[in-house]
Design a protein around this ligand. Structure first.
Ligand SMILES: *[C@@H]1O[C@H](CO)[C@@H](O)[C@H](O)[C@H]1NC(C)=O
Ligand SMILES: *[C@@H]1O[C@H](CO)[C@@H](O)[C@H](O)[C@H]1NC(C)=O
Ligand SMILES: *[C@@H]1O[C@H](CO)[C@@H](O)[C@H](O)[C@H]1NC(C)=O
Ligand SMILES: *[C@@H]1O[C@H](CO)[C@@H](O)[C@H](O)[C@H]1NC(C)=O
Ligand SMILES: *[C@@H]1O[C@H](CO)[C@@H](O)[C@H](O)[C@H]1NC(C)=O
Ligand SMILES: *[C@@H]1O[C@H](CO)[C@@H](O)[C@H](O)[C@H]1NC(C)=O
Ligand SMILES: *[C@@H]1O[C@H](CO)[C@@H](O)[C@H](O)[C@H]1NC(C)=O
Ligand SMILES: *[C@@H]1O[C@H](CO)[C@@H](O)[C@H](O)[C@H]1NC(C)=O
Ligand SMILES: *[C@@H]1O[C@H](CO)[C@@H](O)[C@H](O)[C@H]1NC(C)=O
Ligand SMILES: *[C@@H]1O[C@H](CO)[C@@H](O)[C@H](O)[C@H]1NC(C)=O
Ligand SMILES: *[C@@H]1O[C@H](CO)[C@@H](O)[C@H](O)[C@H]1NC(C)=O
Ligand SMILES: *[C@@H]1O[C@H](CO)[C@@H](O)[C@H](O)[C@H]1NC(C)=O
Length: 622
């Protein structure tokens, strides 16, 4: 049903006007305002919004006579209905069983902001525009309006039994009529325009031709729940102000973890060289909210930016960076393949053997408190798909990052708490690799790198390619990727089984004896690890074979570098092959995350190029 254009009814009787005034006062009376602003118990709301809005109690509503207010003169929504402006969120506490009502005015949608007078003046000036507002907006003109809301708080379970149940979700109802939108909003999600919040968030778009009414209804809850709902709602003409990612590949990647720390990194924030400087100079764009996987605190609010903010166990943002003893640090980094900007999250005091869920949020930079004028693009919040990560039990694998030379290494390596903290451990490995690289550079000096293209060893590759490939290979083989001795990863190879753990315990004889008899299980890849680090027994995820082939392809045959053939024994304990299921890490490739990446990648080498490679033994260091 099309709303008829509101008409001036200045001739309304005095009696009707007095009635309206009384009703107006009733709706805006302190009682109602108090009902809208109940203190929120037991939550530290920070700067959470408590803006005054209007709640229509239960079945209470305003009368149709409100149409007597000619909005072309008043320029406002009817009393009892707050207006929503483009990209300006509004927030409110809502008692269970009540509805809050908002209106997006036609003028907000179609860009005419003026009062009735202004419109008339404009109409006179502009000859082509005939008449006032009603003829200006043709019934056929429509514009897409995006409505979105987040639940910031919900009643908490106060029942006697242990069930970790969540209260029912809020309901968003959108209509072009006051009747359906606010007066008696439907709460049946099967009805048109009615959306049940999903994990604390709702998104709805429509092609608007006139005023739009937006109702948010808090359902009735059982007596097991106490407290109020709190939500934030916004209308936008450019896209959802509160947006959540559904079913796409995670934006946040879990690189690796040990018993207490975990490293998570976002995808490349840009792959445009010209944009790198600008992005690195900006504030990190994301916040991260982390909770134990089995924690019920965030249940029902997992898609809501403000909901996560109030309920998550750990928050990683600019503020947590400046807190002493903060369990997490975040910042921008260029580490990893491609050296593109990413935001990194490094957790340092997690519990061992635990599963966590991390949700990345691009925060809105407009809060419900702010009234300032803002642009209308990219202002809202985005809640990304959650990323799961785990910590392990053993303490002799340690996550290292921020290595100076091997700058793509960001994973757990064999470590020893008794000898090295994680910074010192990273440095020990990095220095070792750097020394080995010096030998290679001596060899490279024999190669005529400065020669003209045609006299170079290859037309496709040059010395820089060779150096880069060799460095990647060297770092990956000198700094093995470590997993718990108890790890069930079928692709991980036992190492150093004969040595005692850093705490002095040996493996039980029945486990140790068969392993000690195998040369590759009684030692590490490099003697440096067994003698200097002394990590005790661990498992190694072998480097991916393509790291080796890349060197063969990129470097001159003269340097004498070869890779073992896959069918040889030497291959089985030197390199790993990529597993197509991708459910576990089957081989180690620096910069590759544990979180499976959706884009299938083809890093396997062109086998024709390898046909000439001799079947030399594995190049092991040490
Ligand atoms: C109002 O909504 C009804 C039902 O969805 C629709 O048929 C009608 O065209 C709408 N009117 C306007 C002006 O959008
Ligand atoms: C809540 O319960 C009251 C009383 O039973 C009822 O009048 C009201 O419509 C209910 N509200 C909602 C949103 O279901
Ligand atoms: C716990 O309370 C909820 C809500 O009252 C109820 O539905 C559920 O059956 C109860 N569970 C047990 C184990 O008592
Ligand atoms: C709005 O209109 C556009 C173009 O006319 C159409 O593609 C789109 O599906 C419409 N959206 C809705 C929610 O009806
Ligand atoms: C970043 O870009 C590099 C180079 O294109 C690519 O290798 C890498 O996989 C990208 N990282 C992520 C996390 O997508
Ligand atoms: C974030 O932290 C940095 C350094 O501590 C500070 O310069 C910056 O102003 C902070 N930004 C915000 C938005 O608090
Ligand atoms: C670690 O476990 C303790 C005790 O169970 C708990 O209080 C603490 O919040 C946990 N910390 C993290 C970061 O999970
Ligand atoms: C808010 O975000 C927009 C777009 O990202 C940016 O242009 C604007 O400067 C930001 N405003 C503030 C106050 O940070
Ligand atoms: C020593 O460390 C190993 C591996 O972390 C562990 O399995 C073992 O229980 C520890 N022994 C003692 C006595 O703590
Ligand atoms: C790590 O150890 C080194 C030297 O062994 C020391 O200088 C440094 O302060 C330690 N770092 C931390 C964070 O304890
Ligand atoms: C296994 O390694 C330990 C030291 O880590 C060494 O003492 C022992 O002799 C080795 N055993 C064999 C059979 O090589
Ligand atoms: C790969 O998939 C197969 C069959 O789907 C399964 O048996 C195997 O365990 C999977 N491998 C891993 C490492 O999960």
């Amino acid at each position: 049903m099309q709303l008829s254009p509101l008409q001036s009814r200045l001739a309304a009787s005095l009696a009707a006007s007095l009635f309206l005034l009384a009703l107006y006062l009733l709706l805006f009376s302190p009682n109602v305002a108090l009902a809208a602003e109940l203190p929120v118990d037991s939550y530290e709301l920070g700067d959470a919004p408590h803006e005054i809005g209007i709640v229509l109690q239960g079945a209470a509503s305003y009368e149709p006579e409100f149409d007597l207010f000619d909005r072309s003169i008043i320029g406002r929504a009817p009393p009892g209905v707050a207006t929503l402006e483009n990209n300006k969120p509004k927030a409110l506490n809502l008692q269970p069983g009540t509805t809050a009502c908002y209106m997006v005015e036609k003028s907000t949608i179609f860009g005419n902001d003026g009062s009735g007078n202004a419109r008339k003046v404009e109409g006179k000036k502009d000859g082509s525009s005939t008449g006032g507002a009603s003829s200006r907006f043709s019934d056929k003109v429509s514009k897409t309006l995006y409505l979105s809301a987040n639940a910031c708080l919900q009643p908490h379970f106060a029942g006697s039994n242990d069930t970790k149940s969540s209260p029912p979700q809020l309901i968003l109802s959108i209509s072009n009529s006051t009747e359906d939108g606010c007066q008696k909003p439907s709460n049946d999600p099967k009805d048109a325009g009615v959306t049940l919040f999903e994990e604390g968030a709702a998104m709805y778009s429509l092609n608007a031709t006139g005023d739009i009414y937006v109702g948010i209804t808090a359902p009735n809850v059982s007596s097991d729940f106490q407290g109020v709902y709190n939500f934030e709602v916004a209308a936008s003409l450019t896209g959802y102000f509160h947006w959540y990612q559904k079913g796409d590949a995670a934006e946040l990647l879990w690189m690796d973890s040990d018993s207490t720390s975990a490293l998570l990194v976002t995808r490349n924030l840009t792959e445009n060289e010209a944009d790198i400087r600008r992005i690195m100079d900006q504030e990190p764009p994301y916040e991260l909210f982390v909770s134990k996987k089995d924690s019920a605190a965030t249940n029902g609010l997992k898609h809501s930016a403000c909901g996560l903010q109030h309920t998550a166990q750990i928050t990683a943002n600019n503020l947590s960076n400046s807190q002493l003893n903060s369990p997490v640090r975040t910042g921008m980094t260029l580490r990893g393949p491609g050296s593109f900007p990413k935001q990194q999250f490094y957790f340092v005091s997690l519990n061992a053997s635990s599963s966590y869920t991390g949700t990345l949020v691009k925060k809105s930079n407009v809060t419900a408190h702010e009234k300032r004028e803002v642009g209308d693009f990219g202002l809202g919040s985005v809640v990304f798909e959650a990323t799961e990560f785990q910590t392990v039990s053993a303490t002799n694998c340690k996550v290292v990052t921020d290595l100076e030379f091997c700058n793509e290494i960001q994973y757990a390596v064999p470590g020893n708490d008794k000898k090295f903290n994680s910074t010192a451990l990273a440095k020990a490995y990095d220095d070792y690799a750097k020394n080995m690289y010096a030998n290679f550079e001596t060899v490279m000096m024999q190669i005529p790198c400065e020669a003209s293209r045609t006299s170079l060893y290859s037309l496709a590759r040059n010395c820089d390619d060779c150096k880069a490939a060799y460095k990647k290979w060297l770092c990956t083989v000198s700094i093995p990727r470590c997993e718990d001795f108890a790890s069930s990863n079928q692709f991980a190879l036992t190492r150093n089984a004969g040595q005692a753990f850093p705490n002095g315990t040996q493996l039980p004889d029945d486990v140790r004896n068969p392993l000690v008899a195998l040369p590759y299980s009684n030692a590490s890849r490099n003697t440096f690890i067994d003698s200097e680090i002394q990590p005790g027994p661990y498992k190694e995820v072998l480097p991916c074979e393509d790291i080796c082939y890349e060197v063969v392809q990129s470097c001159p045959a003269k340097i004498g570098f070869n890779c073992p053939r896959p069918h040889l024994m030497s291959f089985a304990y030197s390199y790993g092959q990529r597993d197509t299921n991708g459910s576990t890490v089957s081989c180690n490739y620096p910069g590759e995350a544990r979180t499976p990446m959706s884009a299938a990648r083809n890093l396997l080498p062109d086998l024709i190029l390898l046909s000439g490679v001799s079947t030399a033994a594995a190049m092991m260091l040490g």
